[in-house]
Ligand binder design. Sequence first.
Ligand code: XBP
Ligand code: MG
Length: 256
Amino acid sequence: MNTNNKLQAVLFDVDGTLADTEQDGHRLAFNAAFQQFGLDWNWDIELYGELLQVTGGKERIRFYMEQYAPAMLNKSDLTVWIASLHKTKTSYFEALMEAGNIPLRPGVARLMQELRQEKIKIAIATTTTMENVTALLKSTLGEESIGWFDVIGAGDIVPLKKPAPDIYQWVLNQLNLAAHQCIAIEDSENGLKSALAAKLPTLITVSGYTRSQNFSGAITVLSDLGEPSQPFEEIKGTHSEKKWVDYKFLNDLISQ
Ligand code: XBP
Ligand code: MG
């Protein structure tokens, strides 16, 4: 561990932050599962943007049913049925990741590699399932990359999903670190609320669906993590001269 510096760990969100997985990943997987179950539901790009206000796939399916298919809520085995529909959706998502169609966002791989070199811990705090995290990491960074993470907090291991703080608190407990020694990287308002409720300083990189959300409370809001050859755009700036996020950038952010 690097004791000369304040930053001890970086906690990454997954969907929208590591990769733009929602529109052409999760959404397509949900629709494929609906088809397999003989449902005439189709989540188009716009509708899916509205449904994203609810985090968690099972929770999102139930929310959709409340709005668009309330009669089906009377199913006697509703919870089991939603879980099985969601399991099918997860299989389709894994297959989409294996096909390798969704790349990591700018700067993600570079920053993770640098943090590992600097002996800064890296962790994941996500609402999605462990299967999905594994499939994304494998297809983008290789099989061994799962082992790079000191902690992976995913899916149903906590009772309440984002915007509740549970998943970030769980990861902090596992890391045995205080929130002020860490930084969270998120892409959504629900994710920001969750991280802030766990008292984590939070950097936002906006994604397709989240650009116009409310990010008050974030330390800084950027287009992406940037690369030396592909600078980020500052949305709520730090006025840093450097236009890509690296270890020093993050350490300076939480030391201000
Ligand atoms: C993203 C989510 C997830 C995904 C779908 O959360 O809310 O529900 O949309 O994944 P985060 P599941 O950005 O915190 O990762 O169907 O596996 O829930
Ligand atoms: Mg996200």
